[in-house]
Ligand binder design. Structure first.
Ligand code: C2E
Ligand code: MG
Ligand code: MG
Ligand code: MG
Length: 280
């Protein structure tokens, strides 16, 4: 924009950009207080099988800002990652999810549900991450076998041997790992084989156009086949329509997540999933 202003005008900062920087600074200031002020909560989105039975949930953080209302994690998680706050927020997420698991263990209808938490690179890269997780499992009484961690391909680029050894220890404790947003990164076949993963999550961007874009349909089908070859489970995320689900079922996908089955909601609002596809 400084360019548009013309040569005779010196414009260091356009107003829109200034607003953005100020907003970011204010958001950051408020984010530092958010944990102490108890402004975060976890929403849970169902993960279902082909019969639309709930297998478990993904925990998705929500920030109820006192003035702005709900702030999307897509906005504040990157901010928290930049300033290091993600470490304490991430611990809070793990602890809250484990408390939820311990509480569901008493409920026969929910005792076998898993909870998947999203873990950031900076969290996983902490030297004492494994100890932190063990302490949280211990103090909450959660069953580690019901806890799942979602990692992304990009965060597995550096420190790979260290990351793999941490994952191995956590897996020995019973924790399972999913590769989130799969297909958007650069994983090679040999790299995937080295990772102690349990599950691939097909990124929503492929599911979105699975009925209209032959490439996306081929990629989704290929990921399902890849999962089978590597002995990994495959989840389709962001399923919104019955037609998308039918296509995925025909491709061999057996686990699903998306608005079709339920949006992320508070734990108390998690019900039995609606039957959206007639049994056949
Ligand atoms: P993600 O882990 O890939 O989570 C899936 C996102 O897709 C969620 O957005 C979910 O609400 C949304 N989604 C699921 N099904 C559908 C659908 O059918 N249609 C549409 N339009 N959207 C769907 P959300 O909750 O806004 O979270 C965005 C991202 O923020 C997450 O992507 C994850 O990367 C990050 N995030 C959320 N919670 C946490 C957390 O506790 N810790 C960390 N480190 N990151 C988190
Ligand atoms: Mg996720
Ligand atoms: Mg995802
Ligand atoms: Mg995502």
């Amino acid at each position: 924009r400084a360019k548009d202003a013309g040569r005779d005008q010196v414009c260091f900062f356009d107003p829109a950009m200034q607003t953005e920087v100020l907003e970011r600074a204010m958001l950051l200031r408020d984010l530092r207080q958010a944990l102490d002020n108890d402004e975060f909560c976890l929403f849970y989105q169902p993960v279902v099988d082909g019969q639309q039975r709930i297998l478990g949930v993904e925990a998705l953080i929500r920030w109820q800002h006192p003035q702005l209302g709900m702030v999307s994690p897509a906005t504040f998680i990157p901010l928290a990652e930049d300033c290091g706050l993600i470490l304490s927020i991430g611990q809070w997420v793990l602890k809250t999810a484990c408390l939820q698991l311990a509480s569901w263990a008493q409920d026969p209808e929910r005792a076998d549900w898993h909870i998947a938490v999203n873990v950031s690179a900076r969290q996983l890269n902490q030297d004492d991450f494994v100890d932190q997780v063990a302490a949280i499992i211990d103090s909450t009484g959660a069953c580690a076998a019901r806890l799942r961690m979602e990692l992304t391909e990009s965060m597995l680029q550096e420190n790979l041997p260290r990351t793999i050894s941490k994952m191995r220890i956590l897996r020995q404790m019973g924790i399972r790992f999913s590769l989130d947003d799969f297909g958007t990164g650069y994983s090679s076949f040999s790299y995937l084989q080295r990772l102690p993963m349990d599950q691939l999550k097909i990124d929503k961007s492929f599911i979105d156009h699975v009925l209209t874009d032959a490439n996306d349909a081929a990629i989704a089908g290929t990921i399902v086949a890849l999962g089978r070859t590597l002995g990994l489970g495959v989840v389709a995320e962001g399923v919104e329509t019955v037609e998308q689900m039918r296509f995925l079922v025909d491709s061999g996908c057996q686990v699903f997540q998306g608005y079709l089955f339920g949006r992320p909601v508070e734990a108390a609002a998690l019900g039995r999933s609606r039957q959206v596809l007639a049994a056949s």
